[in-house]
Design a protein around this ligand. Structure first.
Ligand SMILES: *Cc1c(COP(=O)(O)O)cnc(C)c1O
Length: 349
């Protein structure tokens, strides 16, 4: 297998600095779910930690534990999916901050903390309209008063109130923010004083200052992945950190066969829609097979020639989001699909 995903850690560091400058004085939580959007968890969190990033957004507890392993005791790690009592025990043991968007889970967390004789940092989640795990407004007053009681008992410390928004339209996000503001007021009325209010992800963190609060949770932009339909990475001051390349393994007349297919994460729907970078410029992707694909040939094509699927350096600078837009998805989706079978190579300039 000659396919490789080159990850430019200097570009990551520059993007992180750019995001921090933009959102300051709000804090950056670097979101590293899905193996740091396919770029590889440990190298990414180590590079970010080395430039002073202290908050990491881990999705599930297992990923949170992997972040703890990679960067040690000082990192603040936020996980918002705990599926079992084992997860909760691991979160308590590894001092992971937990996002709690469910009244039953709040009680289970309190049990786990009591059993461990620990105080767990909790971030309470209001459902502001996305209807993913979050407490509905009609249940919120009861939820925050129960959380306040558990805080008085000493089993939890409510350090955050948060939500997640669609970032698809300003009007919807504005509505979500009204619900969020109301939820903050209700939390305050229950006696809670969360230091970390967080609502925005990549798009809103740049475009909507009033959504930044104390912290923003940013994944895509730190990896240089722009929003579909949004401003270019250049305009945002960001650089894609991943370059997906592979080699020509056969030259057959009008086409060349390249060492990357559907099973490695190349969406078959890109067939005939996408062009890839070759030594002779961009060429049409003709077919996507299970483990190899066909690209329109160029004069002098040879086995071993490198072909770039996306990333800086591709002729024409095709980005993951450019490819995503061709098939109606988002850049993250393209990055996440790159299979673990594809070697990751880390570069520093
Ligand atoms: C993935 C995710 C983020 C980061 O979103 P980006 O658009 O990649 O910045 C933030 N918060 C939550 C809850 C997420 O699931």
């Amino acid at each position: 297998m000659t396919a490789r995903l080159s990850v430019d850690l200097d570009a990551l560091v520059a993007n992180v600095a750019r995001v921090r400058d933009t959102v300051s004085p709000a804090e950056l939580m670097l979101v590293v779910k899905d193996d740091a959007y396919g770029h590889g968890l440990a190298p990414v969190v180590r590079a970010a930690s080395a430039i002073g990033v202290t908050w990491f957004g881990a999705f599930d507890v297992r990923t949170g534990c992997a972040v703890r392993d990679a960067v040690g005791d000082d990192a603040r790690i936020f996980a918002w999916i705990a599926a079992s009592r084992e997860d909760l025990d691991a979160a308590v043991a590894q001092r992971i901050d937990l996002g709690i968007g469910d009244a039953d889970l709040l009680e289970e967390l309190a049990d786990a903390a009591r059993d461990a004789g620990a105080t767990v940092r909790a971030h309470l989640k209001i459902d502001t309209g996305l209807h993913r795990n979050g407490v509905r407004p009609e249940q919120w007053p009861g939820f925050v008063s129960r959380a306040a009681a558990l805080q008085t008992e000493g089993v939890i410390d409510v350090v955050g109130v948060w939500s997640h928004i669609a970032e698809a339209s300003d009007a919807e996000d504005d509505d979500a923010r009204l619900v969020y503001e109301w939820a903050l007021d209700e939390a305050a009325a229950a006696g809670l004083r969360p230091a970390m209010r967080h609502l925005a992800a990549s798009a809103a963190s740049f475009a909507r200052p009033e959504f930044r609060y104390d912290m923003v949770r940013v994944g895509a932009f730190c990896y240089g992945i722009r929003s579909a339909g949004g401003p270019s990475a250049d305009d945002l001051g960001l650089t894609p950190i991943g370059t997906l390349e592979t080699d020509v393994i056969e030259v057959a007349g009008e086409s060349v066969r390249v060492d990357l297919g559907f099973l490695h994460g190349l969406p078959s729907t890109l067939r005939t829609r996408a062009a890839v970078g070759t030594p002779a410029g961009s060429r049409q992707l003709i077919a996507v097979g299970d483990s190899d694909s066909l690209v329109a040939a160029w004069r002098g094509a040879a086995v071993g020639d490198a072909v770039t699927i996306y990333g800086p350096g591709a002729s024409g600078e095709v980005s993951a989001t450019d490819l995503a837009e061709l098939i109606g998805t988002i850049g993250e989706e393209i990055a996440l699909r790159v299979s673990p079978l594809v070697e990751r190579r880390y570069t520093r300039r």
